[in-house]
Design a protein around this ligand. Structure first.
Ligand code: NDP
Length: 393
C-alpha cells in the first residue's frame, strides 16, 4: 500500500507528507521525561548491585532501583490521569513529535558516547577500537561509560527511557483505543498484560540483567543508545499501537490460549535465566530440580594476562540447549503479536525482530565464548548439543 502510494506521488512528496514532524513542545516534553528518569535513577533509594568482572578486570557497582522508578512513574501516570490533570492518551496523541524527539536524542547520545570514549573514557582499558569509524559508532567503544562514579549510561538508557517507556506507551494506547472506539478489547489487554509481566520481571531482576550480554559484553554505541531510546519503546509497543486503531476481538478460546502460551514462555524464560544466575552466584554449589547442579570448570584470561576460572552450567534447563532462555522469550513474543490477528504484518515486527535478534545473538555469543574459553567451550558444546530448541536446532 505504502509502496504504491510512494510510486504515485514520488519520493519527495511521499516523505514531505508522511514523515513524522518535529515539534518544539514534544521535544521539551521528551527532555523533561529524560530529566525526570535521570533524577529517579540518581535519587530514589537503591540497592547497590555488583556487575561481572570486565575484560580489563573491573568490578563495577550499579544502582538498581528500576522497580521503584517503574512504580513511581506509573503511579504518577495513573494518579494524574485519575484526577484529570493528564490525558492518559497523551503519549498516543503526541506520538509523532515524541518519536522525532526520541530519535534526535538517540543520535545525539551516540555522538556523545563516541566523543566521550575518545576524550574522557570511564575505564580506558575496557575500550574496544575496531579501526573503523562506522563500526565504532555503531557498536560503541566504551564498555561501561559513566557520568561520575555511578551514573551508568547503559543501565540507565536501556532501563529507563527504554523499558519504563514501553508499558507507559502501552497504557496510553489502551486509553487511546477507548477514546477512539468507546471500548477496550481483550487483545489489547492481553498484549499489555504480557508486556507488563516482562517489564516488571525485568526490574524485579535488574541485578540479573548485570550478568547478561548487554551489560557484560556489548559496548555502548548506536546499537544500544538508539536501540534503547527509539527502537525498543517504538517497536516493542507496536502491538498496542496497532490495536488501538485496529481493534481485534479474540474469542474466549483464542484469548485464553494466547495468555497461557505467553505466560508459559515467560515462565520458561525466567526459570532458565534464574538457573544460570543462581549457579553463577553460588559458584555451582546449589541444587537444580532437586539435584546438585552439574558444571564444567573453565578458564579464561583477562586483557592484563591474568588467568581466571568460571563455570558453565550443563544441567537443568541448560543441559537441554545452550540458549534455551531464548526459546521462552520467543514463545512470549509470538503470543504478544498473535493477539493482533493475521490481517497485517506490521504488528508482527516484534516477533520477527526477536527471532532475528536472538538467532544472531546465539552466533555472536558462541563465537565470543569459544574465543574466551577455547577447549572448555568445545567440551561444553559436546555435552550440550542443541542451541535453542532441543531436537530441532
Ligand atoms: P544470557 O543471559 O544467556 O548470557 C549469555 C552469557 O552467559 C554468555 O556470554 C556467557 O557469558 C554466559 N553463559 C553461556 N552459557 C552459560 C552456561 N551454560 N552457564 C553459565 N553461563 C553461561 O544471554 P542474553 O544476555 O542474550 O539474554 C538474557 C535474556 O534476555 C534472555 O532470556 C533473552 O531472551 C533476553 N533478551 C531479551 C531481549 C529483548 O530485547 N527483549 C534482547 C536480548 C536478550 P560469560 O562470559 O559470563 O561466560
Amino acid at each position: 500500500m505504502a509502496w504504491n502510494h510512494l510510486r504515485e506521488v514520488g519520493s519527495i512528496n511521499f516523505f514531505q507528507t508522511l514523515a513524522p514532524r518535529p515539534s518544539v513542545e514534544a521535544s521539551m516534553q521528551y527532555g523533561a521525561w529524560l530529566i525526570f528518569q535521570a533524577a529517579l535513577y540518581r535519587w530514589l533509594p537503591s540497592v547497590i548491585s555488583t556487575g561481572q568482572l570486565t575484560p580489563a578486570g573491573n568490578l563495577l557497582k550499579y544502582r538498581t532501583n528500576g522497580l521503584l522508578a517503574w512504580f513511581v512513574t506509573h503511579a504518577l501516570f495513573f494518579g494524574l490521569s485519575a484526577f484529570g490533570t493528564l490525558d492518559p492518551a497523551f503519549l498516543a496523541r503526541n506520538w509523532e513529535g515524541l518519536l522525532v524527539a526520541a530519535n534526535i536524542w538517540g543520535f545525539l547520545l551516540t555522538g556523545i558516547a563516541y566523543i566521550k570514549a575518545h576524550v574522557s573514557p570511564t575505564h580506558e582499558q575496557d575500550r574496544k577500537f575496531s579501526g573503523s569509524f562506522f563500526y565504532d559508532m555503531y557498536m560503541g567503544i566504551e564498555l561501561n561509560p559513566r557520568f561520575g562514579k555511578s551514573f551508568d549510561f547503559k543501565l540507565f538508557t536501556n532501563g529507563r527511557p527504554g523499558i519504563i517507556a514501553w508499558t507507559l506507551i502501552d497504557f496510553s494506547f489502551v486509553a487511546y483505543q477507548y477514546q477512539l472506539h468507546g471500548y477496550i478489547t481483550n487483545s489489547i489487554l492481553i498484549a499489555t498484560i504480557l508486556h507488563t509481566i516482562y517489564v516488571v520481571d525485568f526490574f524485579i531482576n535488574e541485578d540479573w540483567y548485570l550478568r547478561t550480554i548487554d551489560i557484560c559484553h556489548d559496548h555502548f554505541g548506536f546499537y544500544l543508545a538508539w536501540g534503547s531510546t527509539v527502537w525498543l519503546p517504538a517497536i516493542y509497543s507496536l502491538q498496542t499501537q496497532y490495536l488501538a486503531r485496529n481493534p481485534v476481538l479474540l474469542s474466549n478460546m483464542n484469548a485464553t490460549t494466547l495468555l497461557i502460551t505467553g505466560v508459559s514462555g515467560y515462565t520458561l524464560f525466567r526459570s532458565v535465566n534464574h538457573q544460570k544466575d543462581l549457579v553463577r552466584r553460588t559458584k555451582g554449589a546449589c541444587k537444580l530440580w532437586g539435584r546438585p547442579a552439574q558444571v564444567l570448570n573453565v578458564k579464561y584470561r583477562t586483557k592484563d594476562g591474568r588467568e581466571h576460572s568460571s563455570i558453565l552450567l550443563c544441567s537443568g534447563w541448560w543441559g537441554m540447549a545452550r540458549h534455551i532462555n531464548y526459546l521462552g522469550d520467543l514463545m512470549l513474543s509470538y503470543s504478544m503479536c498473535a493477539a493482533c490477528g493475521f490481517e497485517d504484518l506490521l504488528p508482527w515486527t516484534y516477533a520477527i525482530f526477536m527471532t532475528i535478534l536472538l538467532i544472531h545473538r546465539c552466533w555472536r555469543d558462541e563465537e565470543r565464548c569459544s574465543k574466551k574459553y577455547g577447549k572448555g567451550w568445545e567440551d561444553y558444546c559436546k555435552r550440550v548439543r542443541w542451541v535453542i530448541f532441543p531436537g530441532v536446532y
